[in-house]
Design a protein around this ligand. Structure first.
Ligand SMILES: [Fe+2]
Ligand SMILES: [Fe+2]
Length: 206
């Protein structure tokens, strides 16, 4: 398939939003870690926090190579910042209510929401890198390749953790750490398979 010229202004908008997502993502993780009750989950999120800080650096490098100002504000970027702040406020609200298990579930959902946006940003950056035409595509593709595995983990593993912690809170047998974690899942198909194998995994220990 022939590569096409892309809309440069919209690519820049995507990059501003992606940078804001990583900046807000670090604060989301800092708050989520405070809400984590499960030790393994707290460790996992600590790792994802470090990776998120590194993704910010990778993006700043992209900005430099493309001659973009990381401080540029756009209405879309401000929405991303607002959503990030809202997720932090939601976790704080749950934490202040005094039920640690409930706050941990809220944190799992907030991280899943934040990572849904983070994951999509990077998939789109990779898409322009693969299908776009122009000097920037190589820069985008290299940045994408260096984060894609981590972004799959952030979203798919946190989704698994949140589902299993919810199941545990419902008083039913849970697979902890979740199947996605144990099976080192890094694709959506793998995550679906891992989820389907949870009954078998439960069978081992129950
Ligand atoms: Fe990220
Ligand atoms: Fe992420």
């Amino acid at each position: 398939m022939a590569s096409k010229a892309y809309d440069q202004a919209q690519l820049h908008e995507l990059l501003y939003q992606a940078l804001e997502t990583e900046i807000g993502g670090a604060t989301v993780y800092e708050t989520a870690i405070e809400c984590a009750v499960n030790e393994d989950l707290r460790e996992e999120w600590q790792k994802y926090l470090d990776e998120t800080r590194n993704h910010k650096k990778i993006l700043l490098d992209v900005f430099e190579q493309l001659g973009l100002d990381p401080k540029t504000q756009t209405p879309g970027r401000q929405v991303v910042a607002h959503l990030g702040e809202s997720l932090v406020a939601a976790m704080q609200m749950a934490k202040d209510a005094g039920d640690p298990i409930a706050a941990e579930l809220v944190a799992g959902e907030c991280v899943t929401l934040a990572e849904t946006k983070d994951h999509m940003n990077w998939e789109l950056i990779g898409h322009v890198g693969q299908h776009g035409k122009g000097d920037a595509t190589q820069v985008l593709l290299e940045a994408y390749r260096s984060v894609e595995d981590e972004e799959h983990h952030h979203l798919l593993h946190t989704t698994g953790w949140t589902r299993e912690l919810w199941i545990e809170s419902l008083g039913l047998p849970a697979v902890l750490p979740p199947p996605e974690e144990v099976k080192h899942v890094d694709t959506k198909i793998g995550a679906s398979r891992a989820e389907q194998s949870r009954e078998k995994m439960l069978g081992k220990g129950h």
